[in-house]
Design a binder for this molecule. Structure first.
Ligand code: MN
Ligand code: MN
Length: 367
């Protein structure tokens, strides 16, 4: 449960004259309540009143799990045979009375669910939107969230180590993926934050390619892009390594990407704009004539989800603040030749940033 962010939510409600908030996105419920679940078509909801205790509403089969999570308030369950909306309406009325202004997540709530609420509370005003607020709250991480991101990052370091140890001639991309995920699972990491990417040789020239039967060969680069979910928080990091001596060209491309990554990372501090960071990395790559081969933004925010705000992209003049967390992941992808990306996610401190992953970024040559 994230008490700090729940308090920020109710502060906002006070200012906006809302007496009840309805959080409907399962990811956002996990963020506030500390209870993670994918309810599929069933209803999972968090109701937060402005001035008394909130409650979590879950399918009956999840009540016990929710009670055993870090959530410290009531959990109300409903059976598959019950109408969840009738139960929600009764529960809200008996706890808090009829709401005057009920805030919703407009970017998440479906129209049929909205209609159910309208039917239950015909006098209530539903115009207050929580989506921009939640986006804003998630931008700035608390100390506790930072620590969870650090732990998730150190599991990514473990994953790289497994991957690097498993590289040998003839091993395929999918075998490397399988080995990394198998060994992580044996150590208790049950979920990756996205499908692990291992791309060897020319395959790495596609930034979001698919690992397949392509085998590692000598004098080629191998790209690993991976991350885990740990205590509800994600990691995301990329390393590109050489299997036996790299060619001069591979080394050159690598050193350009590394220079771009390090320069961007060194420039991170409160006050700099998101677009400026993107430009710093892009300028390095352009200065060597490879600008057209860096065909994506510099980075994205990370937290309970692997892609969130802020977006480090041209045109985004968002000012970076302490507590923001995002990736810095420049790359050069030359079709049929080579692909290099180097990625760390960082936490913005008072005067710089701290990366969540510590695996060396110098070109590693594995034999
Ligand atoms: Mn990323
Ligand atoms: Mn990545």
């Amino acid at each position: 449960m994230n008490k700090i962010k729940l308090a920020e939510l109710t502060d906002w409600m006070k200012q906006n004259h809302s007496d009840l908030a309805y959080i409907s996105d399962p990811g956002h419920i996990a963020y506030f309540a500390g209870y993670e679940s994918e309810p599929h078509e069933r209803v999972l909801a968090l109701f937060v009143p402005v001035d008394s205790d909130p409650f979590l509403f879950t399918p009956a089969l999840e009540v016990e799990d929710a009670q055993n999570s870090s959530w410290a308030y009531d959990v109300v369950g409903y059976l598959d045979s019950e109408n969840p909306w009738n139960k929600i309406a009764r529960e809200i009325e008996s706890r808090y009375g009829k709401p005057q202004s009920l805030s919703l997540e407009k970017s998440n709530l479906t129209l049929d669910r909205f209609n159910q609420l309208e039917d239950a509370f015909p006098e209530t005003d539903f115009s207050s939107d929580l989506s921009p607020l939640i986006q804003r709250l998630q931008l700035l991480k608390t100390e506790e969230e930072k620590n969870k991101l650090m732990e998730a990052g150190s599991w990514a370091d473990v994953a790289f180590e497994i991957g690097f140890k498993t590289i040998k001639e003839g091993v395929t991309e999918q075998e490397l993926v399988a080995e990394i995920e198998y060994q992580l699972k044996r150590q208790g990491v049950m979920a990756m934050s996205f499908d692990t990417l291992v791309l060897a040789g020319k395959n790495a020239a596609s930034p979001h390619g698919n690992p397949g039967k392509n085998a590692v060969a000598k004098n080629e680069l191998v790209l690993f892009d991976l991350g885990v979910v740990w205590n509800g928080y994600c990691s995301d990091a990329t390393r590109t390594v050489a299997y036996h001596e790299p060619t001069e060209f591979q080394e050159k491309i690598y050193s350009i990407v590394l220079e771009a990554q390090l320069k961007a990372q060194a420039a991170v501090k409160p006050g700099v704009k998101a677009s400026e960071l993107d430009k710093i990395a892009r300028d390095v790559i352009e200065s060597y004539g490879y600008g057209e081969y860096f065909n994506h933004r510099l980075g994205h925010g990370i937290g309970t989800t692997v892609h969130e705000y802020p977006s480090l992209v041209e045109g985004n003049d968002l000012v970076i603040e302490k507590g923001m967390c995002f990736s810095l992941e420049p790359g050069i992808y030359i079709p049929e030749k080579v692909g290099v990306r180097i990625e760390d996610c960082v936490y913005v401190t008072e005067d710089g940033c701290e990366p969540f992953t510590k695996t060396s970024k110098e070109l590693q040559i594995l034999n």
